[in-house]
Design a protein around this ligand. Structure first.
Ligand SMILES: [Zn+2]
Length: 250
């Protein structure tokens, strides 16, 4: 009750951008994941997206100028995962950079002989520790289709939630009613099982990128929670149940 009152007071004091009706309707129509939300959730999501647009800075990379429609689509997809957790879970995001295509990130790796190898890796999205989300626009367009489990915006937002308690490790701070020990047991078992499947050349039910690190496992399974909960439930029912508690309506 008191929380609700505080939330209401906050909603009167924060800045907010009114989203153009036509752009909002076009955005919802273009993204099946948004269309699948009920009227109340969409109204809350629109309000939260308006706040996101007012508070976060949008930039373009490689000559792209983000249009209002692009920013609204990114904002709605970014706010959806925290619709029930609360907007403050996105406090860690300060700016968003949208590239017209996959962007190249410079990597340096030292091999066993101490030789440093440089390479450029093309990425669809990246979350930086100090509040920048980088996204490739074609991948944003491929997000929210509820077909292949792919959602680059939810993936990067999951990393932002993950690092809120200090490290990218697949263990975000949990709402009070959740059992942190059980979370660790369920996620560790599923992460190990996925790695064993891949070692045995068994085709996994979710994107094998999840097996690369616990933070990627959390980010990829978060994508499936929203995009293909059926696949996630079939692959890792205990993780599906944990994510339903984490992202769900309290
Ligand atoms: Zn990732």
């Amino acid at each position: 009750m008191f929380d609700k009152l505080l939330a209401r007071l906050n909603s009167f004091t924060h800045s907010h951008t009114a989203i153009d009706e036509h752009i909002w309707q076009q955005t919802v129509a273009a993204v099946p994941l948004l269309q699948s939300q009920d009227a109340q959730a969409l109204a809350e999501l629109r309000a939260m997206s308006g706040r996101f647009l007012a508070e976060k800075h949008f930039f373009g990379g490689d000559g792209l100028e983000p249009t209002p429609a692009m920013a609204v689509r990114v904002a709605a997809l970014a706010c959806l995962p925290v619709l029930h957790l609360g907007y403050h879970w996105l406090d860690g995001i300060r700016e968003l950079v949208i590239y017209p295509e996959k962007f190249l990130v410079h990597r340096e790796e030292q091999d066993e002989y101490g030789v440093v190898h440089e390479r450029y890796e093309p990425l669809s999205g990246e979350a930086w520790e100090h509040g920048t989300l980088v996204l490739a626009w074609p991948d944003v367009v491929d997000s929210g289709l509820m077909s292949d489990g792919y959602n680059v915006v939810i993936h990067e937002v999951a990393h932002v939630l993950d690092v809120r308690n200090g490290a990218f490790n697949g263990f975000p701070p949990l709402p009070l009613q959740m059992d942190a020990g059980q979370w660790t047991v369920d996620f560790s078992a599923a992460f190990d099982a996925l790695n064993r499947q891949l070692d045995a050349d068994i085709e996994p039910l979710i994107d094998p990128y999840a097996a690369t690190a616990p933070t990627e496992f959390f980010a990829v399974t978060s994508e499936y929670h929203f995009e293909r909960p059926d696949n996630l439930h079939q692959a890792f029912p205990a993780v599906a149940a944990q994510l339903a508690l984490f992202y769900g309506r309290p």
